[in-house]
Design a protein around this ligand. Structure first.
Ligand code: PGA
Length: 252
């Protein structure tokens, strides 16, 4: 199955106009053909979305980091999927563990946002991940199954759905699961999608690994059959590291 790897950089709440120099460095690398075989994606803060879209070639994707579930209305401070699409986003990261903890986002909330994204022609990247306590209690698969079932809407299509497995204890900590652990979880997630949507659907969905991905460990994850790319936080802030990871992606 030819799932092209997706190498996604999540800038989180980092990035002033000065950091557009990193975007220019990515654009220059793509112009030289030095970006590797995967699809590149950058998710800057919303304030930089249109500037980032303008500076990157079309083949590099741009993502927002969340969206509201309504198209417009009295929701001070929020941004709709339609607005983000117009600002240049093509994807939107939803249900990141920092959103789930900082803003108490539930699976129902994430599913409503994913429906909004699909309505606005934004491709949702839906994040799931267990806490350290849940892992220690051997509840990882139970938690992930519940999050996946609750967060993915019935309207999802395989081409427009990306899942990111991000164990909370691995985010920003330098700790990572083993490749075997990741293989088990990704196989579980794909199987769970197959039970709900069918095998043909599940075999086309990209499932990314995220959590302390760096140039020094990315190849290990990319070697796993069911790993279709990475969601990269800290190491995506420097174009050099982000591109180093992208060059480790395999052709499929
Ligand atoms: P990290 O973040 O790469 O800094 O661990 C990953 C993420 O939260 O998407």
């Amino acid at each position: 199955m030819g799932r092209r790897l997706l190498i996604a950089g999540n800038w989180k709440m980092n990035g002033m106009r000065a950091e557009l120099a990193e975007i220019d460095a990515i654009a220059a690398a793509v112009a030289r053909g030095e970006e590797g075989p995967g699809e590149l994606l950058v998710s800057p803060p919303a304030t930089l979305l249109s500037a980032v879209r303008d500076r990157l070639p079309n083949e590099v994707r741009v993502a927002a980091q969340t969206c509201h579930h309504n198209a417009k209305g009295a929701h001070t401070g929020d941004l709709s999927a339609e607005m983000l699409r117009e600002a240049g986003a093509e994807y939107v990261i939803l249900g990141h563990s920092e959103r789930r903890s900082d803003h108490r986002e539930s699976d129902d909330h994430v599913r409503a946002c994913a429906q909004a994204a699909i309505r606005a022609d934004l491709q949702p990247i839906i994040c799931v991940g267990e806490s350290e306590a849940e892992r220690d209690a051997k509840e990882t698969l139970t938690v992930l199954g519940r999050q996946l079932d609750g967060s993915v809407p019935d309207e999802a299509t395989p081409e427009a759905l990306v899942i990111a497995y991000e164990p909370i204890w691995a985010i920003g900590t330098g700790k990572t699961p083993t490749a075997d652990d990741v293989a088990e979880v990704h196989g579980f997630l794909r199987n769970r999608l197959a039970l709900r949507f069918g095998h043909a659907f599940a075999s086309r969905v990209r499932i990314l690994y995220g959590g302390s991905v760096k140039p020094s460990n990315a190849a290990e994850f990319f070697a796993v059959d069911d790993v279709d790319g990475a969601l990269i936080g800290g190491a995506s802030l420097k174009a050099e590291d982000f591109l180093a990871i992208a060059r480790l992606a395999r052709e499929r």
